[in-house]
Design a protein around this ligand. Structure first.
Ligand code: 5AD
Ligand code: SF4
Length: 441
């Protein structure tokens, strides 16, 4: 008998990419193999994201495309999961719009997928099961990892922050941390496999890790200390941090520990204090700049990336100029810029002074223009410097490496080991890539 095939369509952030690795693990457990061809699939899983309206519209269009395929292949199972389905009224809406969907489930019951598929196969009745509230964390062991040298590891789920623009706390629930022992065991096995050179710890606000245990001793720094006792040649990255909880102590700890990556993602969202207040972010630009100053002064070779929203309700030209000025101040090595989009049920949806779409578009274009120039300047400044690089591939007679900050670097050399770290001198900065040579000891 031919093996059944699965296809997973993933939308959204790293958290979702990793959830899809868990979904793949469950599908493989049931005997499915991967296909990229939707016409050849026996099951298609849409792992959705609702953080921005644009993502949601794209997902709806993609699900709509399945209608024709389902007509040809009546046995095709269609599953929709992920945070989009957690929104009030969404399961009903999906059922009405796309009656061909067989299973609708949410983020809190992802681990039930195997049971749900078995249930559907036994009854051939479509159903929806979205839990309103989060339950205790269920550990999942059979993750099917798709990234080559980086392994994602959840350290916590949910968010308590309620930024006024953001739907995440409503669809992913309150903060729940995984136990230190469970995380350590997972990381230990990943490192021992010798396949993974970076371990990226995931959470909506990793800086508040462990606080829900209320034991007065577990926190993000104690977790990092525990993980860095593990033997092996690997780096620990983490995302996402919140400036209100990103402490000076953490910066000093990152500086002191060479197992921790010096590439830091610190979303600022806006350069204007008035907008930050209205976003409910609980820090000022002055405090944020202090954090940035300390990162650059204490951590040699540190790089910082950020998230920015333009066109938040009430954002004036002056507010936007403050954001542009902040880009110059922080010398970000990367900016994830987003146009504000209204999310149902969030406070900002009802704010007055919504910014017209043409203004939002102008601002995002300007933001990217400024950032592009900063990235070029930073790349030029790297010429002559020595940095650590992970060799990820060989193409013709060039090795392709990645810097800690994720920049691609080409190296012409005879015999390097793919998957190993090397010290490299940067010789040239091209528009997107760097060119370097190995420093021979
Ligand atoms: N509109 C635009 N961007 C948003 N983000 C979160 N919610 C919204 C929204 N309603 C952005 C933030 C966050 C990133 C993951 O997505 O910048 O840090
Ligand atoms: Fe959303 Fe704010 Fe929580 Fe980040 S910290 S997930 S932006 S509510």
């Amino acid at each position: 008998m031919e093996t059944k095939k699965y296809l997973i369509e993933t939308f959204g952030c790293q958290m979702n990419i990793h959830d899809s690795e868990k979904i793949a693990g469950m599908l493989r457990n049931l005997g499915y193999e991967e296909t990229q061809d939707k016409f050849n699939a026996d099951i298609i899983v849409f792992n959705t994201c609702c953080i921005r309206e644009s993502a949601e519209l794209k997902i709806m269009a993609k699900i709509g495309d399945i209608k024709a395929i389902k007509k040809q292949n009546k046995n095709l199972i269609v599953v929709v999961c992920g945070c989009m389905t957690q929104q009030k009224g969404m399961p009903e809406n999906l059922k009405k719009k796309f009656p061909f969907i067989n299973i609708i489930m949410g983020t809190h019951n992802l681990e039930e997928l195997e049971n749900y598929i078995n249930k559907f196969n036994a009854t051939h009745k479509s159903f929806s099961d979205v839990w309103e509230k989060e339950k205790e964390i269920k550990e999942q062991t059979n993750v099917y990892r798709t990234s080559k040298y980086n392994a994602w590891v959840n350290i916590m789920y949910g968010c308590n922050n309620f930024c006024t623009y953001c739907i995440v706390p409503y669809v992913r629930g309150r903060e729940r941390s995984r136990k230190v022992e469970d995380i350590k065991e997972e990381v230990k096995n990943l490192v021992a496999s010798k396949k993974y050179k970076t371990i990226t710890l995931l959470g909506q606000n990793v800086n508040s890790y462990g606080l829900d245990f209320k034991d007065g001793k577990t926190n993000f720094i104690t977790l990092l200390k525990e993980l860095s006792t593990l033997e092996g040649d690997f780096k620990i990255k983490f995302m996402t941090s919140h400036p209100k909880d990103f402490s000076f102590e953490l910066i000093d700890y990152i500086a002191s520990n060479n197992k921790i990556s010096k590439s830091i993602h610190l979303p600022v969202q806006s350069g204007s204090n008035a907008i930050l207040k209205s976003m409910n972010r609980h820090y000022t630009i002055e405090h944020y700049k202090e954090l940035v100053d300390r990162i650059y002064s204490k951590i040699p070779n540190a790089t910082i990336t950020t998230d920015i929203i333009v066109g938040f309700p009430g954002e004036t030209d002056e507010d936007f100029i403050s954001t542009c000025n902040l880009l110059e101040y922080c010398n970000y090595s990367g900016v994830f810029g987003f146009v504000y989009s209204k999310r149902k049920g969030t406070p900002a949806e009802k704010f007055e002074n919504q910014v017209p779409i043409n203004v939002k578009r102008e601002r995002i274009t300007k933001l990217f223009d400024i950032q592009h120039k900063i990235v070029k300047k930073l790349s030029d400044q790297l010429v002559g410097k020595e940095i650590e690089v992970l060799i990820e591939d060989k193409v013709k007679n060039f090795y392709i490496g990645k810097t800690e900050a994720g920049k691609t670097i080409k190296i012409k050399d005879e015999d390097l080991q793919v998957g190993e770290f090397y010290k490299v001198r940067i010789n040239k900065a091209l528009t997107n890539d760097l060119v370097g040579e190995i420093i021979k000891c």
